[in-house]
Design a binder for this molecule. Structure first.
Ligand code: CP
Ligand code: NVA
Length: 308
């Protein structure tokens, strides 16, 4: 399998073997980092990072990761680029391809990423779009694998908004052979297109993908619980109505008790404490959110090393 030169826009770009190759490489890079051993696998390479939206984890982990790999990362704000004055995505892609060896972009529209990838001659990595967040979910799979030993046959329950993170979790779960139950309020379901695509994805086992209206039903028997903000970046105007719609969908101690005793709780962060997750769960014994955040670094180093 060869990921060199390939873009990563969606988890559906990857096979079971490729996902495990990325997880294995990330585990190896993590071991080297912890042992203080040099791993400058991308010496002399550069990464352009375009951010249409804010970021803490994605920005810092890509930038630091590139540095640890011996390369250099540039932060590019669209308003500082000529993009902000009307230069097309296609022309920007053609020009950046002459300067840098890879692009990581965080965009509103997923189509912006697809257009970038179409006109770039270098790999384009999705650092979150309104449709998917593949780097996040690959890091999450690494975290679940580290905590549970094996991903095969586990049950993941996601409670909250059927958003970009939920979409990538659905694809990721099916591709690695986990069951997934998504609990969402009516009107906030994942896109139908995602469920249809997931049903046709190759999987090592017959996975169950359920969308339900009851968080307790989703959490029942889960090995891993997951939540994300109720109001994603760009949806700030809907905040009040979302607070009301999601009021019964909080990750709290009562919900955690419905899952398996050894359940782990994940959140991609940033968290709105007191909304989608309580302090007692986030800071409690089942939470793995800080290890999960750290794994963004290791997984993205693997993605960059393998594609660039
Ligand atoms: N989880 C995540 O992508 O965080 P940032 O928005 O801080 O990058
Ligand atoms: N769903 C969230 C994820 C943030 C990492 C958002 O898009 O804002």
């Amino acid at each position: 399998m060869n990921l060199k030169g390939r873009s990563l826009l969606s988890l559906t770009d990857l096979s079971y073997e490729e996902i495990h190759h990325i997880l294995d490489t990330a585990g190896h890079l993590k071991m080297l980092k912890k042992a203080g051993q040099p791993h400058q696998w991308l010496s002399g390479k550069t990464l352009g990072m375009i951010f249409e939206k804010p970021s803490t984890r994605t920005r810092v982990s890509f930038e630091v990761g590139m540095w640890q790999l011996g390369g250099y990362a540039l932060y590019l704000n669209p308003n500082d680029l000529q993009l902000g004055r009307g230069e097309t995505i296609a022309d920007t892609a053609r020009v950046l391809s002459r300067f840098v060896d890879g692009i990581m972009a965080r965009t509103y529209a997923h189509k912006t990423l697809e257009d970038l990838a179409r006109y770039c001659t270098i790999p384009v990595i999705n650092g979150l779009s309104d449709y998917e967040h593949p780097c996040q979910i690959l890091g999450d799979l690494l975290t679940i694998q580290e905590k549970k030993g094996d991903l095969h046959g586990l049950k993941l329950a996601y409670v909250g908004d059927g958003n970009n993170v939920a979409h990538s979790l659905i694809f990721g779960a099916v591709l690695v052979g986990m069951d997934i139950a998504i609990a969402v309020p009516e009107g906030y379901e994942p896109l139908e297109q995602v469920l249809e695509l997931a049903a046709g994805l190759p999987s090592p086992r017959k996975c169950s993908v359920q969308v339900v209206g009851d968080p307790a039903e989703a959490a029942q028997g889960a090995d891993a619980l997951y939540t994300d903000v109720w109001t994603s970046m760009g949806q700030e105007k809907e905040k009040q109505e979302r607070l009301e719609a999601f009021s019964g969908f909080q990750m709290n101690d009562l919900l955690v008790q419905k899952a398996k005793k050894d359940v782990i709780v994940l959140h991609c962060l940033p968290a709105h404490r007191g909304e989608e997750i309580t302090d007692s769960v986030m800071d409690g014994p089942r939470s793995v959110v800080w290890d999960q955040a750290e794994n963004r670094l290791h997984i993205q180093k693997a993605i960059m090393a393998l594609t660039m």
